[in-house]
Design a binder for this molecule. Structure first.
Ligand code: NDP
Length: 301
């Protein structure tokens, strides 16, 4: 089986390089041209012509897209680029996947919803993105579905990994530097490990290749829920208990309104995962187990 991985060095892309490697021949690209047995391939999602040519040259059975314009606040200003990378490039992948009868595996976000309420979002709930990044991710989903290609779209939230920048690592750094931290308490979601996102994609894509009726949009996050404030407290408490020298003494809970950002954030990022668990007979662990694992790696415990 031939697999094209885009965005190989992102949080999720890095874990996908590992997880996909047992399935077949993987050509993994970042935004720079790569010399491969199939020619020099462009994995730059802002170059739609180059992207299309790369897919045609390799002719994969599966395309896995882990690349995205993920700078949520910057996307409010850099609209054209965010739109090309998150929406139009997804459309190109979908068109080419359709022509090749390939399966397209893609990631999206809870930011496609308006973030109101306290109920976990279901795949069938009405979408209404809270910011421009969310709008571009939604359009990407819609282009994939409209193309008629075989697809798996995983909507997830609050991604972290041992590699790359994310909230947990920022909290660890700030806890070493500052006595007082202020962290948002009224946004609720589920921290999701990039390793889980990669492993579930592999399990799901294997079953979907056998049974294309499984194609569709799925919500994917571990079990449980937390606020950014409780998440930060968990990370810091774990580090302290494990002997990490920290300066922090107080972690102040603050409201979203006290921390204005260029892009709005949803208050409710909870995702209902029944559809995914039932379709693929999967168990999703609680969020703390994945965070603990990454912290142990980060702290070398
Ligand atoms: P990262 O930001 O860690 O990785 C994104 C990758 O995309 C980076 O390697 C980046 O490359 C690459 N990229 C950006 N622009 C381009 C481009 N023009 N051409 C090629 N590659 C490009 O994101 P995650 O791994 O966390 O995200 C994976 C998926 O999950 C994305 O679809 C994202 O929208 C989704 N998601 C992420 C969430 C999160 O909290 N991070 C939450 C919900 C969904 P470079 O390093 O060179 O910029």
């Amino acid at each position: 089986m031939k697999i094209l991985l885009l965005g190989k060095n992102g949080q999720v892309g890095w874990e996908l390089q590992r997880a996909l490697s047992v399935l077949g021949e993987v050509v993994a690209l970042d935004r720079h041209p790569a010399v491969t047995p199939y020619g020099t391939l462009s994995g730059d999602l802002s170059d739609l012509t180059g992207l299309r040519a790369a897919i045609r040259s390799f002719a994969p059975d599966v395309i896995v897209n882990a690349a995205a314009y993920t700078a949520v606040d910057k996307a409010e200003k850099e609209r054209e680029l965010a739109h090309t990378v998150n929406a139009l490039a997804s459309g190109v992948m979908a068109e080419e996947a359709k022509a090749l009868d390939a399966l397209l595996v893609h990631y999206s976000t809870d930011y496609v919803f308006d973030g109101t309420g306290t109920t976990p979002w279901r795949e069938t709930d009405a979408v209404a993105p809270v910011n421009y990044y969310g709008a571009t991710k939604l359009e990407g989903e819609q282009l994939i579905v409209a193309s008629g290609c075989k697809h798996l779209i995983f909507r997830t939230s609050w991604v972290y990994a041992a590699r790359g920048n994310n909230f947990a690592k920022t909290m660890l750094r700030l806890a070493r530097e500052r006595q007082t931290l202020s962290v948002i308490v009224d946004q609720v979601g589920v921290p999701t490990g990039a390793d889980l996102l990669a492993d579930v994609a592999v399990a799901a894509l294997q079953k979907t290749l056998v049974d294309p009726a499984l194609c569709g949009i799925y919500h994917l996050a571990p079990a449980g829920e937390t606020s950014w404030h409780a998440y930060a407290s968990y990370v810091i408490e774990f580090a302290r208990t494990n002997g990490e020298p920290l300066a922090v003494e107080t972690i102040n809970p603050i409201a979203t309104t006290e921390y204005p950002t260029p892009a709005s954030r949803p208050m409710n990022s909870r995702l209902a995962t029944d559809k995914l668990r039932n379709a693929f007979s999967l168990h999703l662990p609680d969020w703390q187990s994945g965070v603990t694992r990454v912290l142990m790696e980060a702290l070398n415990k």
